[in-house]
Design a protein around this ligand. Structure first.
Ligand SMILES: Nc1ncnc2c1ncn2[C@@H]1O[C@H](COP(=O)(O)OP(=O)(O)OP(=O)(O)O)[C@@H](O)[C@H]1O
Ligand SMILES: [Mg+2]
Length: 253
């Protein structure tokens, strides 16, 4: 079983990378072999995994320099593997379109199909070719979301895009879960938006709430997850709980 999941939200700074890295670390902690793919030119997941960005091969080398995905994989200190990202991916975004390489990542992932239980893809804050590649390669999408008013507007657009792409290309990507991030329930608007989500997206909304927690923000500067940084922090425990909920959701199907 290899479940490839994209983490996507075209809105910036909602906790995509924090979720990608801490979920990968939590899945690895449960003994699941996990591969994280950094599909973002910002390379935040790469540095959070303790790999120096822009000094290693990225997916660009796999698309255009004849490298095998296995050649570019690095190991994190959290027990998961990573395909690094970085600035090269800006060129990849353009070159995929110019060279009609859409769907190439999916074929490359077949190479490591049996080596991992989970493949998690972190995407940039825009619906460009990189994000589309991630969506085309995945069986499901996880959407991190801050409980703010505009988040609800963007959410419907994103779900429609995923469904349209899926039916147009005959891939079967679907939204597996919406994750409420940076939660502060003392905030009345957050409570209200959270209630709206429960009302309209009950089936896909994760029960686990990811709290605003400084350990989650600090950990990337050490190149590790919150679980390595401070295992009993609220942030680390929340992502462990989320991993548990995800495992129950996708492995019991
Ligand atoms: N639960 C949290 N508690 C505290 N800080 C958080 C939490 N989640 C994320 N952050 C911080 O918020 C900022 C944005 O988070 P992150 O980089 O994960 O978002 P993103 O959606 O990946 O951003 P981008 O769209 O730029 O890729 C970062 O500085 C991160 O450390
Ligand atoms: Mg990010």
């Amino acid at each position: 079983m290899n479940k490839t999941l994209a983490i996507a939200n075209q809105k910036g700074g909602v906790g995509k990378t924090t979720t990608a890295v801490n979920l990968a670390a939590s899945l690895a902690a449960t003994g699941r072999k996990t591969l994280l793919i950094d599909m973002d030119p910002q390379g935040n997941a790469t540095s959070a995994a303790g790999v120096t960005k822009n000094e290693t091969d990225t997916l660009y080398a796999i698309y255009f320099e004849g490298k095998n995905i296995k050649d570019v994989i690095k190991e994190s200190r959290d027990g998961y593997s990573i395909v690094p990202g970085g600035q090269e991916l800006i060129a990849l975004d353009v070159d995929i379109r110019d060279n009609h390489k859409q769907g190439f990542l999916a074929s490359q992932l077949n190479e490591v199909q049996n080596a991992y239980d989970y493949t998690i893809i972190d995407t940039p804050p825009t619906l460009n070719q990189l994000t589309t590649e991630a969506l085309l390669s995945s069986v499901g999408t996880l959407i991190p979301l801050q409980c703010e008013y505009y988040s609800l507007e963007g959410l419907t657009d994103l779900i429609n895009t995923i469904n349209a792409l899926s039916s147009k290309t005959n891939t079967n990507n679907r939204v597996i879960g919406i994750i409420r991030t940076m939660v502060d329930m003392r905030n009345n608007l957050a409570k209200e938006v959270s209630r709206e989500l429960e009302l309209h997206f009950e089936k896909v909304l994760f029960n686990t709430l990811i709290p605003r927690n400084v350990k989650l923000a600090e950990a990337p500067s050490f190149g590790i997850s919150a679980l390595q940084h401070k295992a009993d922090s609220f942030g680390a425990m929340a992502y462990l709980a989320l991993a548990g909920e995800l495992i129950r959701r996708v492995e019991n199907e």
